[in-house]
Design a protein. Sequence first.
Length: 107
Amino acid sequence: MYAIIEDSGSQIKVNQGDVVRVALRDLPADKATLSFDKVLLVGDPAQEGTLKVGQPYVSGAKVTADILSQEKTDKVVSFRFRKRKNVLKRRGHRQDYLKVKITAIVA
């Protein structure tokens, strides 16, 4: 079974057991699970005709995940250069994210 969820404006296709990266959010320190209620699509490729498409979300569908860690992406360097103008700017950025493991998809 797979689902397409919406998280912070991005759509992510998940299967049960997948490890995915989602946007960082403020959570209590003792919280170990996340629940995604914005499920756009739920389907099972093994069974024909079980595809549920939401308008915009599938009612009653939920995806739960265990929080594994909080990490940062690789550094992205933004570079600006103008020849003969004495302009040289370099900026770096590392985005924070949560690494989660999908435990259940409820249709």
